[in-house]
Design a protein around this ligand. Structure first.
Ligand code: SF4
Ligand code: SF4
Length: 540
């Protein structure tokens, strides 16, 4: 095993409480819950019951008929989503998923075992929608929908990052993340949401991105970052925005333009596209579809659909042939699992074909969207990039498979192929913590806020321990990932669990290694750090 620091794990209290789980109430305390959504954000996107309230208050100011609303909501979803009904009925409580959730491993609360998290909703389903539950009640694992149960839902459905690790181990394929998604959707019907989710949703609805950046500001921020890029490389990059008639539209999460270390990956895309221009890449950015991420996924299916719609709308407006997407987690979950049927078919777009290699991305035939790691891996495979991996020799890298691209769409080999071509020092974390079994950053699905810090760090224990393991064994000093949320949350996680390890996107590494005609002698990486052997020259 080797990836758990046993001394650390033994300090987590995994003893179940004395009373029955149905009688144990959640204890809201600073660090384990997220502040409620502000009324202005609910109003902005037309969600019900906008008001000031606090989870630690007795009275959550729910609508008078909250119970009726929730039961109707469950009935409607049982009808609409066959998977939901199935997941409510088929769990045999085998326990295979019980110890697979990072929040249970790091926190010890039994209700963070996936099986019990689902049971919070399943017990109400039994009571109100099954004959056995109606007659036998508690004996059949059924319980009434009470005010306390609603509070419990809010507490535990916002302690799940919808990462789907548990589903990998379930012999029946029950996906607890889908249950959490429905749970949150139900809570939204009575005005229960968190601001860390709803503010980005409202911003996205207003300006097209989570940060609420206006189009002109998006362009100015890009120019500012490209000045840094020019200082490091001597190359002036001049991207095009909102250009009608371009062949490809590029969409990526706004988190990468807003904060380090994502900004370096953002600069990396620009550098790569500049390199490819002379080879025939005809690409445009959009200041309207300026967000790949979609916090609607953490709100409701309807909201996810609304926010996703702008990708195709913008592609249509600009008249492009297909869309290229940047490194992101939940953006790709939405694209890969829902977009084609939700807002497609995108018949106005064409089958994506790389203008550089001629490769047809048949796998993207339905969505007409290609993942940047597939695109770059294909370029490398066809020997189209001049790369000098020694420019990354100051980096000893490990790779965190971000939950959504890994488990949600099977992007496992492409980033590794790219990494091995741009970096000489790469070490995998232990087998049972990577690829399909990867451990979550504990800050996804709208949980990556500071008020949730205790739960984030507890939930980050398994990932943090695996990073620490390769740090000690191989001297790893960077953790690579292909997700903008990860780039934000893993910094905090590493600072706590594996201090000294920095976080990087893979296209930051690509751009470090890329040898671009006309560039000046490279002495620094995009973070203004000296390349190996260039320490003295970089100081000049
Ligand atoms: S592994 Fe599947 S069947 Fe077993 S307890 Fe978990 S959800 Fe239920
Ligand atoms: S989806 Fe992830 S966070 Fe949610 S219960 Fe499963 S393992 Fe835990």
């Amino acid at each position: 095993m080797g990836y758990y620091d046993r001394e650390v794990v033994s300090r987590v209290d995994h003893k179940p409480p004395r009373e029955d789980w149905m009688d144990t109430k959640p204890e809201f305390k600073i660090g384990n819950f997220i502040y409620p959504a502000k009324p202005k954000n609910l109003k902005y996107v037309g969600l019900p019951n906008p008001r000031e309230w606090a989870p630690m208050d007795e009275d959550w100011k729910l609508p008078e008929n909250w119970k009726e609303i929730l039961l109707e909501g469950i009935a409607e979803r049982l009808e609409k989503y066959r998977s939901f009904r199935l997941f409510m009925d088929i769990c045999v409580r085998c326990g295979a998923c019980a110890d697979k959730c990072h929040f249970f491993i790091g926190g010890g609360d039994p209700k963070n075992m996936p099986v019990l998290r689902a049971e919070l909703l399943r017990s109400v389903y039994r009571k109100h929608f099954t004959t056995a539950g109606k007659i036998l009640g508690k004996m059949a694992g059924a319980r009434d929908l009470t005010y306390d149960v609603v509070k419990e839902w809010f507490f535990y459905f916002f302690q799940c990052t919808e990462c789907r690790r548990c589903s990998v181990f379930c012999p029946y394929g029950i996906d607890t993340a889908e249950i959490t998604i429905i749970g949150r959707e139900l809570l939204n019907l009575i005005g229960l949401n968190v601001n860390w989710v709803l503010e980005p949703v409202a911003n996205c609805y207003r300006t097209g991105n989570h940060m609420g950046i206006q189009p002109h500001a998006y362009k100015e921020m890009t120019e500012f970052l490209l000045e840094d890029l020019e200082t490091v490389t001597g190359i002036k990059v001049t991207p095009s925005f909102n250009r009608k008639g371009a062949e490809i539209l590029f969409i990526t999460p706004s988190g990468d333009i807003f904060g380090d270390p994502g900004t370096y990956t953002y600069m990396g895309y620009h550098y790569l596209f500049h390199y490819l221009e002379s080879m025939g890449l005809d690409i445009t950015w959009s200041t309207y579809a300026s967000e790949g991420g979609n916090f609607g996924l953490f709100t409701s299916h309807e909201m996810m659909k609304r926010l996703n719609a702008k990708m195709y709308a913008e592609a249509k407006r600009l008249g492009v042939k297909w869309i290229l997407g940047g490194e992101c987690g939940h953006m790709w979950r939405v694209i890969n699992q829902y977009m084609g049927t939700m807002n497609g078919p995108a018949d106005f777009l064409e089958e994506p074909v790389s203008p550089i290699t001629g490769t047809k991305f048949e796998n993207a035939n339905s969505t007409k969207m290609v993942h940047i790691c597939e695109f770059t891996a294909d370029l490398i495979k066809h020997n189209k990039l001049k790369l000098d991996p020694s420019r990354n020799d100051h980096i000893t890298l490990t790779f965190h498979d971000s939950c959504n691209p890994a488990r949600g769409m099977g992007i496992l080999e492409e980033p590794r192929y790219v990494i091995k071509n741009v970096c000489n020092n790469f070490h995998e974390m232990p087998e049972n913590t990577i690829r399909e079994q990867t451990f979550c950053c504990a800050g996804g699905a709208g949980l990556g806020t500071d008020e949730m810090m205790e739960m984030r760090l507890r939930g980050g224990l398994p990932r943090g321990n695996a990073v620490q393991y390769v740090q000690k064994k191989h001297g790893v000093n960077h953790l690579g990932c292909i997700c903008a949320i990860d780039r934000a949350t893993l910094v905090t996680l590493c600072n706590y669990w594996a201090p000294g390890v920095e976080v990087t996107g893979i296209h930051e590494m690509v751009a470090n290694a890329l040898v671009v005609p006309g560039e000046k002698k490279r002495t620094q990486d995009f973070r203004f750090r000296p390349l190996k052997g260039m320490e003295e020259e970089a100081d000049v």
